[in-house]
Write a protein that binds this ligand. Structure first.
Ligand SMILES: Cc1cc2nc3c(=O)[nH]c(=O)nc-3n(C[C@H](O)[C@H](O)[C@H](O)COP(=O)(O)O)c2cc1C
Length: 365
């Protein structure tokens, strides 16, 4: 029996901004007029490569093939402020993406019912009402803001520091993909690191779909050429900030650095990265020790759950808190992990850029 002890039923939302200095505030809902972001703190005089921002948005875009949701959205970027002759002016950059292909009637039957595994029930507890159309604010359309701002952050990281952020799909369901080489990762639209497994993986996703079910995934992220000494001990550890940010992406359920998912069964001898005059002999730590970068690549894994909206009838409750069996309609990703790599990269770039800016503020000698 669910106990309803609502503490704050008409709460306002106060957490739509990420970053203290390069500040990204997102807005918009899945079936609202538009989604987008306002970016504060972007340095002036930086030439924005709008085609490149669009190319990252295209990697996240739905409706491209049968392995992702069939919602057709062009996701074309429109920049409303903060630019002159293609260069940033140092003033707020407002970016908007209009929603076109909303079919809100698909969600009629969840107006008064809560999808298992989705944010519907806790949103109702918090706000006392919710936008059920396409999941409202809990939809992954909110991640568009991250991809736009992340594209700018990663360009700045590359241009001024030669720092590169990239990721690939490391596993889907229980199938692990071996990383062959960089060429494989860029040769397919899914960031698979090994095109030979391609068909196998796609079949596994289609099997999930045919069974009206969904599958999970893991994404492996790399930040290369990062200098040592970035981050702060204790409460602003670089690893803690990366993990917290990536956990804020919908459906991410666990994030770990290096071999962090297995350190409990290793000995110190096996786990320690030995240090020599020419560098570390391994990178089990994932490039961060004591909350501060070691100068090795940052290696991080994000674990993503299977899409909650599946097409099997499932037990849940109505908003009158009565038992019901719910069949979900609408268009959904059979595997969220396929569209997630660019989102994980983007938010990581935002965190790293903020960390560098913070270091510049406090490090004046
Ligand atoms: C790229 C992406 C696409 C997603 N697509 C769907 C979808 O089609 N249907 C769905 O139910 N959830 C989808 N999700 C997941 C939900 O947004 C998420 O599970 C929900 O907001 C609950 O949050 P939580 O899983 O983080 O607890 C997607 C997530 C991402 C990152």
């Amino acid at each position: 029996m669910i106990k309803v002890r609502v503490l704050v039923g008409r709460c306002g939302d106060i957490s739509n901004t990420i970053g203290a200095l390069f500040k990204v505030t997102s807005f918009g809902e899945s079936h609202g007029k538009a989604v987008g972001c306002i970016i504060d703190g972007c340095p002036a005089g930086f030439k924005l490569d709008i085609a490149r921002i669009q190319s990252f948005l295209d990697m996240r875009r739905p409706g491209k093939n049968k392995y992702v949701t069939s919602r057709q959205e062009p996701d074309k970027i429109q920049i409303l402020s903060g630019l002159i002759s293609g260069c940033t002016t140092g003033t707020p950059i407002c970016v908007i993406i209009y929603n076109y292909n909303t079919i809100s009637s698909d969600y009629n039957n969840i107006t008064f019912a809560f999808r298992p595994g989705h944010a519907d029930l806790p949103y109702f507890y918090k706000y006392g009402l919710r936008d059920h159309r396409g999941g409202g604010r809990s939809s992954a359309r909110a991640t568009i803001a991250l991809v736009i701002a992340g594209a700018i952050a990663r360009d700045i990281l590359m241009c001024f520091y030669n720092i590169r952020v990239y990721s690939y799909v490391n596993s889907i369901a229980n199938i692990e993909l071996d990383f062959l080489n960089q060429a494989h990762r860029t040769q397919n639209q899914f960031c698979f690191p090994n095109v030979f497994n391609d068909l196998f993986i796609k079949n596994s996703i289609l099997t999930g779909t045919q069974n009206c079910d969904s599958v999970g995934a893991t994404i492996k992220l790399f930040i290369t050429n990062l200098f040592p000494g970035l981050g702060d001990p204790l409460y602003s550890k670089l690893d803690a900030e990366l993990v917290a940010a990536i956990m804020s992406i919908n459906a991410v359920k666990c994030v770990f650095l290096g071999n962090g998912n297995s350190v409990n069964v290793l000995t110190g001898k096996a786990n320690n990265d030995l240090i020599t005059a020419t560098g570390f002999l391994s990178n089990n730590a994932g490039g961060i020790l004591g909350g501060i970068s070691t100068g090795q690549d940052i290696i991080l894994t994000a674990v993503i759950k299977p899409t909650p909206s599946i097409f099997l009838p499932q037990r849940t409750i109505s908003s009158a808190f009565k038992n019901i069996v719910l069949s979900i309609a609408g268009r959904h990703d059979p595997c969220v992990g396929l569209r997630a790599p660019v989102i994980v990269e983007s938010i990581a770039a935002i965190v790293i850029f903020n960390s560098i800016l913070r270091q510049r503020v406090y490090c004046f000698i």
